[in-house]
Write a protein that binds this ligand. Sequence first.
Ligand code: DGY
Length: 319
Amino acid sequence: MSRVVVTGRIPDTAIEKLRAEHEVDAWSGPESIRRDELLRRVAGADAIVSLLTERVDAELLDAAGPQLKVVANVAVGYDNIDVPACVERGVVATNTPGVLTDATADIAFGLILMATRRLAEGERLIRSGQAWKWGMFFLLGSSLQGKTLGVVGMGGIGQATARRAKAFGMEIVYQSRSELDPTIAAELDARRVDLEELLSVSDVVSLHCPYGPATHHLIGAEQLATMKSSAFLVNTARGPIVDEDALATALREGSIAGAGLDVYEHEPRVHPGLLGLDNVALLPHLGSATVETRTAMAMLAADNALAVLSGERPPAAIS
Ligand code: DGY
């Protein structure tokens, strides 16, 4: 029997699955676990099931000890994990791709609609109690039909977002490290372009690339200036892909029309320059937040941990 430490609350079904085979120490406090408490608890762990609110770095791996075999992140993004530090110590790192694709694409498309059709603005107006009535020019937004969606990062979530856009009558361009599978490219009628072209031709730019040194501030002042003044930026990937100072300036000065954000550069803090702007829709990192999706994510993380603990290849290894 091995010792599994779970760093935060996850659905009971996943805890039960782990408990059927191993001793499980799961943090169940209402707040995220404090770092000192986490460092203490991981000592002697064979597996860590981590949430993206916890940093899994050399300090934490060393606090666990040399018997640690696996870090199973309950997220597809793994910028909270120092993967080279895991590799150095022979620890397998895993994530949860696939199971949150549709949920995240739904939120990306929700933000596209919120931003282009000014949904949050309308909702705020009603709740504020201000007088309003139908008017020919009242809260006019932008239509999506016939417009171009630029997808940055055409993995599963980018493709699922493009599929939704296609159903709304949009054209698709994308920027990605690799060419799409020809069948999918034909289905989406999607054209691969470089980032500069994507930014200059798109009416909506949606970010779906992983975060790392290569994508830090991928969208900054220069890239925002390349976008059309009528265009919208949507980010459901990771906050630091966008330079939020530059975005707040572009939105305030009208150099782009609007934005929709689910993630933030210094999450959970939101840039104060964004909070007062009406042309940005703001969500609190809800991409994968459905009961079904979070359950599937936790079950996949449990399967990953269990596989490594029994000497098998995990379904979703990062390293
Ligand atoms: C992920 O899995 O990376 C998501 O951001 C979690 O919602």
